[in-house]
Design a protein around this ligand. Structure first.
Ligand SMILES: Cc1ncc(COP(=O)(O)O)c(C=O)c1O
Length: 391
C-alpha cells in the first residue's frame, strides 16, 4: 500500500464505531471491566503487550487510533502519544537513560532539547557530548563505554544540516547504542527512520500532523526491540494526551500528504526567490541543489516540508526589524507546520558548542504555508525593499 493510501486507512476502524468514518472522541479515565476475570485478563494482556486497555492513561480508542496510524506511517512497531513535542523528546530520552550514562546529541538539536540535556539530564547524572551534525561515521570516535543513546535531528530545525543517518546508525548498532531521531522536519511521510536503522523516532505532532496550529501533541514510535522499554518509561512518567487533541492530530494526519506537497513546492519556490536577493548570504534548504545537504537529502528523503532558513549579510538590527515587522502574510511565531506562513529570527551562534556558526549576519526561519506563492513572494519582496531602504 502506498503512503497516500495508508494515511487514509491506518488506525481507522469504522465497523467497531457504528460505521463512523473517524474514531470517536472518548473522554475516559476509568475504563470498566465486565468482571473480576475480565479485569485480570486485561491486566495480563497489558503485561504481554496485547492490544486493549483498562485505564485511560494507557490509551483510549482515540489515542490508540492515532498511535496505530503514526506507527504504521513511520514504519515502526508501536507508538505512544505525549502532550507536546518536547514531552516526546524528553520522554524518549528518559526511557533509555540512567544515572551514569552518556548521550551523544547533535549540535543542531532543537534548543529546548539541548536545555534538557544541559539541565535535567545533567542533574540526574547523565552527561552529554554534542557532535557536529556532519560527523557521519566519525561519530564512532566519540562513543564512550557508557554511551547509551545517540540523539539525532535531521535536518536541524533551525540550521538545516542533513545528517548521514545510515552511517551513524550503522556505528550505533555495532556498538550497542540506541538511536533516537527527532523526525519532525522529515515527517513520517518524507523520511522513514526505521528503514535507515533508527530505533526510536520522535514527532512534534504539533507541527504537520496536527497541521492547523490548534493543538499541541507529541508521538514517539519505536521498533519492536525498543518498544517495551519506551512504553515502560512513558508510563512511569505518566504521559498521555487529551482526547480532543488526539482527535485533531488524527484528523490532521488524513490530509497531511496533500498539504505537505504544497508546503514543499511553495517552500522551494520561495527559497529560490530569496536566494537571488543580494542581501542574502545563503539560504538553508536541503532541497535546493546548491545546499551542502542536498546529496544526502536526495539519497534518503522522499520530499521536503515547508521549513527553511535564511542567513542575511550583516545589516543593522533596525533594518532587519523593518523588514520583518512589515510582513503581512507571515506571522512572527516560533512554531511551524500549520497552514499559515511564519517567520522567526534565530541566532545560531548562541546555540552551538561543538561547532562554530560561520556567518555574522542575522538569520530568520520561514515556514511556507499554503497561501499562493505569488502573494508570499510579493510580501517578501516588499520586506526586502524595506530592508534596503533602512540599511
Ligand atoms: C524539531 C522540533 N522538535 C520538537 C519540538 C517541540 O514541539 P512542541 O512545541 O510541540 O513541544 C519543536 C517545536 O518547535 C521542534 O521544532
Amino acid at each position: 500500500m502506498k503512503d497516500e493510501t495508508l494515511i487514509i486507512r491506518a488506525g481507522r476502524h469504522p465497523h467497531d464505531n457504528h460505521g463512523a468514518v473517524n474514531p470517536p472522541v472518548y473522554h475516559a479515565s476509568t475504563i470498566l471491566a465486565d468482571s473480576l476475570a475480565d479485569y485480570e485478563q486485561k491486566s495480563r494482556e497489558r503485561v504481554a503487550d496485547k492490544p486493549g486497555t483498562y485505564y485511560g492513561r494507557f490509551g483510549t480508542p482515540t489515542t490508540l487510533a492515532l498511535e496505530e496510524a503514526v506507527a504504521a506511517l513511520e514504519g515502526g512497531y508501536k507508538a505512544h502519544v505525549y502532550p507536546s513535542g518536547l514531552a516526546a523528546c524528553s520522554g524518549a530520552l528518559l526511557a533509555f537513560l540512567s544515572a551514569g550514562d552518556h548521550v551523544l546529541m547533535t549540535d543542531s538539536v532543537y534548543g529546548p532539547t539541548r536545555s534538557l540535556a544541559n539541565g535535567l539530564l545533567k542533574r540526574f547524572g547523565v552527561s552529554t557530548t554534542f557532535y557536529d551534525p556532519l560527523i557521519g561515521a566519525g561519530i564512532e570516535a566519540l562513543i564512550q563505554p557508557n554511551t547509551k543513546v545517540i540523539y539525532l535531528e535531521s535536518p536541524g530545525s533551525l540550521t538545516f544540516e542533513v545528517q548521514d543517518v545510515p552511517a551513524i546508525t550503522g556505528v550505533a548498532h555495532r556498538r550497542g547504542v540506541t538511536t533516537i531521531i527527532d523526525n519532525t522536519w522529515g515527517t513520517p511521510f518524507y523520511f522513514k527512520p526505521f528503514e535507515h536503522g533508527v530505533d526510536v523516532s520522535v514527532q512534534a505532532a504539533t507541527k504537520y500532523i496536527v497541521g492547523h496550529s490548534d493543538a499541541m501533541m507529541g508521538i514517539v514510535t519505536a521498533n519492536k526491540e525498543h518498544w517495551m522499554r519506551l512504553r515502560a518509561g512513558t508510563n512511569e512518567l505518566g504521559q498521555t494526551a487529551g482526547p480532543d487533541d488526539a482527535y485533531l492530530a488524527q484528523r490532521g494526519l488524513r490530509t497531511m500528504a496533500v498539504r505537505l506537497k504544497q508546503h514543499w513546492q511553495t517552500g522551494v519556490q520561495l527559497a529560490e526567490w530569496i536566494a537571488r536577493q543580494p542581501e542574502v548570504q545563503r539560504v538553508l534548504h536541503p532541497a535546493l541543489p546548491g545546499d551542502p545537504g542536498h546529496a544526502l537529502w536526495k539519497r534518503d528523503f522522499r520530499g521536503a516540508c515547508g521549513l527553511f532558513g535564511v542567513v542575511l549579510r550583516p545589516v543593522m538590527h533596525e533594518a532587519f526589524a523593518a523588514m520583518i515587522d512589515g510582513l503581512e502574510l507571515y506571522g512572527i511565531g516560533a512554531s511551524w507546520g500549520g497552514y499559515e506562513s511564519l517567520v522567526v529570527p534565530f541566532a545560531p551562534q548562541k546555540l552551538r558548542s561543538a561547532t562554530q556558526w560561520p556567518d555574522p549576519g542575522p538569520c530568520f526561519r520561514i515556514h511556507a504555508g499554503l497561501e499562493h506563492i505569488d502573494d508570499l513572494v510579493a510580501d517578501m519582496e516588499a520586506g526586502f525593499k524595506r530592508l534596503r531602504a533602512a540599511a
